[in-house]
Design a protein around this ligand. Structure first.
Ligand code: DAH
Length: 346
């Protein structure tokens, strides 16, 4: 029996040595220490031996069992380490390889302009609001003192969905909506940037364009407030050294109404092609909110007053970035759009 155990020991040692992976090693472990292993069978046979030999044989079997277990443990560690090293080697990443370049996009010039306008107005305490592009005749025209049949409608022909619903021609519709919503008659200071539509199509007019409307309603508002706001806006937007001038004009929803010119930022007022040698460029419309508009939207013109400003964002972008044709803003030609890429880096 002693020889038999010695043989088992030798076999186990040689098999463990030969094992090349953890799965094989597990099989060996089961073979030598499982319930049906030769050593377990041998230990059951101890009872058939003479009494005096039993402790010696028992001791020997236990010792061999322990030895094999220990061997397997060590081999297990060695194999695990080997496998890890192999894995690390095959999965090695060469960090010196140049990376794949991700092409950065850039903001659309109209988005840039809109965000700039918003920043300037927000810094003066205004809220930014947005309103529906599919508008009613009532809010787009009637409530702004432009009744049906008014000649001012001729300049703002648009896409009619029904006789009541249309695509808004001006963000001025948000003047009426904001006043309507403000039941508590708290002071209003809002701007509304957004898309507008008209039946137009040439180098300076698109059927879809963008405007930003400003509206202030409060007690004791004067033209001085309007002029100060305009100066601040123009200087922050186009250049600190620029002046503005107000020219009398006509808009149905303001009285008095002004067209606002700014010193030509290309020639600084000397006269050039852009300003047609006048030194001035017309950039927006504005005025004091008409009493009829206040009344139509629930305000008593004896108590409240205000001013409104309407700016064409496309026009502003064309001036600021020297864009010759408004349609470039809507064609999504990447050769055009990529040119604004550099502006975003600053
Ligand atoms: N809504 C006018 C337009 O589209 C622009 C405008 C002019 C807006 C004067 C105003 C304003 O708020 O006061 O032609």
């Amino acid at each position: 029996m002693k020889e038999q155990i010695e043989q088992i020991r030798k076999n186990a040692i040689s098999e463990v040595e030969k094992a090349t992976d953890l799965r094989q090693l597990e099989e060996i472990r089961v073979k030598y220490s499982g319930k049906k292993s030769e050593l377990t069978v041998a230990s059951r046979e101890i009872s058939t031996l003479p009494k005096s030999e039993r402790p010696v044989m028992g001791g020997l079997i236990n010792q061999v069992k322990k030895e094999i277990e220990q061997l397997i443990k060590e081999k297990e560690k060695a194999l695990a380490k080997e496998e890890l090293t192999k894995k690390l080697e095959t999965e090695k990443i060469d960090i010196t390889l140049p990376s794949i370049k991700v092409k950065r996009g850039s903001k659309h010039p109209l988005t840039r302009i809109t965000e700039e306008v918003e920043d300037i107005y927000v810094s003066m305490g205004y809220n930014v609001v947005s309103g529906p592009e599919l508008e009613t005749d009532e809010f787009c025209f009637e409530r702004l003192n432009i009744p049906k049949g008014h000649p001012a409608r001729d300049m703002q022909d648009t896409f009619y969905i029904t006789s009541e619903y249309l695509l808004r021609t001006q963000t001025s519709s948000m003047q009426a909506r904001t006043m309507e919503d403000n039941k508590e008659k708290t002071p209003i200071r809002i701007i509304c940037p957004g898309k507008t539509y008209r039946r137009d199509d040439d180098a300076t007019h698109s059927h879809q364009f963008n405007q930003v409307e400003s509206l202030v309603i409060d007690k004791n508002i004067s033209v001085a407030d309007l002029k100060g706001t305009l100066e601040m806006f123009v200087r922050k937007m186009l250049g600190e050294d620029l002046d503005i001038r107000l020219r009398p004009s006509y808009f149905p929803f303001t009285e008095p109404s002004y067209e606002v010119d700014v010193t030509c930022f290309k020639c600084k007022g000397k006269g050039c092609n852009l300003c047609k040698q006048t030194g001035w460029i017309e950039i927006l419309g504005s005025g004091m909110v008409h009493p009829n508009v206040l009344r139509a939207n629930g305000y008593d013109p004896e108590i409240y007053g205000g001013f409104a400003i309407g700016v064409g964002l496309d026009r502003l972008a064309m001036f600021k970035y020297d864009i010759p044709d408004i349609r470039l803003l809507y064609q999504n030609d990447v050769r055009f759009l990529n040119q604004f890429d550099k502006c975003d880096r600053n």
